[in-house]
Design a binder for this molecule. Structure first.
Ligand SMILES: [Zn+2]
Length: 57
């Protein structure tokens, strides 16, 4: 069974219900980075997103 990479934005931004889930880690990171930038005005590096926020499910 393929693993999926998941970002639950609520863990980072308590009022946000945005969830990303993708089997492609690069895609998950890119979507997460775009979301953080566009919705929250925050910049995270790929590494920060990968280590701090992405979960493997
Ligand atoms: Zn969010």
């Amino acid at each position: 069974m393929a693993q999926a990479h998941k970002l639950d934005c609520e863990a980072a931004e308590s009022d946000c219900r945005f969830i990303i889930q993708s089997e492609n880690e690069e895609e998950a990171i890119e979507l997460a980075r775009n979301h953080m930038h566009e919705e929250h005005g925050k910049e995270f590096s790929d590494e920060e997103l990968q280590t701090e926020y992405l979960q493997v499910v």
